[in-house]
Design a protein around this ligand. Structure first.
Ligand SMILES: *Cc1c(COP(=O)(O)O)cnc(C)c1O
Length: 410
């Protein structure tokens, strides 16, 4: 089989088939929308008006699919994890996003958005990054297409993520430090938004997860939906049916999960499990389990569930995994939680680390710590022996080696 993009699902209403897809106005149930400063309106509105049309152009699909195949290395394998399946007495498949170029699912989105930016006549790209993974994926596609690239990153993050800063520089990006506030992701995002307001004509802002004002969550989800599209074809080939019994994915902002769930949203026989980072425990004050601890509010331009104080100040999240260390979830996931379509689980640092090490020793695969959270689900839930459980292995563990070394005293 070859990778094919996104049979474009029509924009849904809020009932029946399509109930879990975005509405015409950019909502998933009560979540989503575009809450942005007036001065950003023209940029976001241009994207909103054009994104579906651009994505459905045959030449766009062809270029996207070709890059996914020849540059990213898709389709990523759907691997039957035999030893792990034996241990947990169920049928476990791993969707190997860790084998993608640059080591995670993030490249699927940045490839899509860079092609979108070109179709919109943009010549300059900006992005925000926390741990640096999205910054690297963005710098990569800018090098690939010869676009100017500026990545905003908190000064504190620049200091603690030196290898990713070096990668971005090698790829030709300029890394600009955010010097205000806590000097982390939130401040980098503010700087990126300020830049976009000042450069509305030539610049596209590549957001790195299924978050932000409409149409970003839907656009990112559609680019990532190649994951579930491939799972269906691969399961049909290997098991004779397209639908697994369960799909499982970790959630930071929610892009790998959105892509893994997308083609199963309306398939009621497929159970959806979303895994959040509980950090040191839900009640520890050091957590990122938004579905449990969050309330409705507005973050990064959309209404969703987020962790905040009584007076609406965003709470500092915590997780051992940089990619899950985010105080909100994308609006689609807030709706999947509220509607009960997905089951949410919170996994602690220690359970995730154990599951990560176990995958190394049972299957010879070193997972990203984000992905290890999804793998930990088997210690918390018993699946039937004939159940097919597909877990998104969102990334590889190379970037986390120092954390593994410190944690296990290796
Ligand atoms: C960034 C990242 C995540 C979290 O981001 P989502 O948008 O929630 O997918 C998960 N896994 C890996 C490997 C990542 O790099």
């Amino acid at each position: 089989m070859s990778a094919t993009i996104n049979s474009i699902t029509p924009i849904g209403g809020n009932a029946g088939k399509g109930a879990y897809h975005v509405s015409e106005r950019g909502y998933y149930g009560e979540f989503g929308g575009a809450f942005i400063p007036e001065m950003l309106y023209p940029n976001v509105e241009e994207l909103r008006q054009k994104y579906l049309e651009v994505m459905s152009e045959p030449s766009f699909k062809q270029e996207f699919n070709k890059l996914l195949k020849d540059y990213v290395g898709r389709p990523s394998p759907l691997y039957f994890a035999k030893r792990m399946s034996e241990k947990y007495e169920t049928r476990i498949y791993l969707k190997r996003e860790d084998l993608n170029h640059t080591g995670a699912h993030k490249i699927n989105n940045t490839i899509g958005q860079i092609l979108m930016a070109r179709r919109l006549g943009k010549t300059r790209i900006i992005a925000e990054t926390g741990a640096g993974q999205h910054g690297v994926a963005t710098a990569t596609v800018c090098a690939l297409t010869g676009m100017e690239c500026v990545v905003y990153m908190g000064e504190i993050d620049i200091a603690r993520q030196a290898p990713n800063v070096a990668r971005m520089k090698m790829l030709g990006a300029e890394v600009r430090p955010a010097l205000s506030g806590s000097r982390t992701l939130k401040d980098a995002t503010n700087e990126a938004i300020r830049d976009w307001i000042n450069n509305p004509v030539d610049t596209h802002y590549i957001i790195g997860s299924a978050i932000g004002p409409h149409p970003y969550p839907d656009m990112v989800t559609r680019f990532q939906s190649v994951i579930s599209e491939e799972i269906r074809a691969q399961l049909l080939e290997q098991e004779g049916r397209e639908n697994p019994d369960y799909v499982v994915a970790c959630i930071g902002g929610g892009s790998n999960a959105a892509g893994t769930f997308y083609h199963f949203l309306d398939e009621e026989d497929v159970n959806i499990i979303a895994v959040e980072a509980a950090g040191k425990g839900i009640d520890s004050g050091e957590s990122a389990a938004t579905s449990v601890l969050g309330h409705q509010g507005i973050i990064h331009g959309c209404r969703t569930l987020l962790m905040q104080t009584e007076d609406g100040q965003i709470t500092e999240p915590y997780s051992i995994s940089a990619g899950l260390d985010y105080p909100g979830v994308g609006p689609m996931h807030a709706h999947l939680f509220k509607s009960g379509r997905a089951e949410f689980k919170a996994i602690t640092d220690s359970d995730a680390m154990k599951a990560g090490l176990q995958l190394c020793q049972l299957e010879g695969i070193i997972p990203a710590i984000e992905s290890s959270h999804a793998l930990a689900v088997f210690e918390h839930q018993k699946f039937g022996k004939d159940d097919i459980v597909v877990v998104a292995l969102s990334g590889r563990g190379d970037k986390d080696l120092n954390t593994y070394i410190d944690y296990f005293s290796l």
